[in-house]
Write a protein that binds this ligand. Structure first.
Ligand code: SF4
Length: 227
């Protein structure tokens, strides 16, 4: 597998936010989101076998716990990735898989929690979610929408309603996009969409979703990588 980094930190997003988590960040992505804060994953990294990845995770979190597979787009390395995920599940880890849903998800082991980031119109990668992946979602999974503006919000709101997402998955997450060049201050001024405005829209419409903030960007300098 081509790996950018493996490290332990606090999970910043999803319903697992706040928990200690080992992040396995795979190299390579086939999308180019305008607000992407992981452009350093697009190339480089190092080649690691499945066993080497498992060993590294076990060193960082020897007694099980939470592991997030992320990127880049991890599903671009599906064959080796599924083998690694099956090993982690066998060893008792809870595995989250962060993906855009552009690649087929039907062969991802069902015990994995998929966190699927459906790209909105102003992401720079609209219409990339593979609609057949709706059928691969389970009651463990979470669907995330990263929002820049009202147009993105209305897309997400209508998508949730049209596909009855709240009944399909464990959680629907609406999250303001964050400036990719954010640095220094650890506050909501770096959000491209004001969380307060988003909260007001969600309350007015009664959207069955939870507002999510990337809490790692409020704990550490938002410019820091590997935290
Ligand atoms: S899918 Fe993720 S890693 Fe790829 S460009 Fe978009 S935000 Fe960046």
């Amino acid at each position: 597998m081509q790996i950018t980094e493996i490290y332990k930190s606090i999970q910043g997003e999803s319903t697992f936010a706040g928990l200690p988590c080992v992040f396995v960040r795979l190299t390579g992505c086939n999308l180019r989101c305008s607000w992407c804060d992981s452009e350093y994953t697009f190339s480089g990294g190092q080649r690691m076998g499945v066993e080497e990845v498992i060993d590294e995770v076990e060193q960082l979190s020897p007694r099980g716990g939470l592991v997030e597979i992320t990127g880049g787009e991890p599903m671009l390395q599906e064959r080796e990735l599924v083998a690694a995920i099956e090993r982690l599940l066998e060893d008792g880890y809870t595995v989250l898989l962060e993906t855009s849903g552009e690649r087929p998800l039907k062969d991802v082991p069902k015990r994995v929690v998929k966190v699927v980031d459906v790209k909105c119109p102003n992401s720079g990668a609209p219409d990339t979610f593979r609609m057949e992946n709706l059928e691969a979602l389970t009651a463990r999974d979470e669907v995330k929408f990263v929002l820049r503006d009202r147009n993105d919000y209305e897309f997400a709101r209508d998508f949730v309603s049209r596909h009855q997402l709240a009944a399909r998955v464990n959680a629907v997450l609406f999250s303001p996009a964050f400036r990719k060049d954010a640095a220094g201050t650890r506050d909501a001024s770096h959000c491209l969409l004001d969380p307060r405005e988003l909260a007001q829209w969600m309350l007015a419409d009664g959207v069955p979703a939870r507002l999510g903030l990337q809490i790692h960007k409020f704990i550490w300098d938002p410019a820091l990588k590997g935290v």
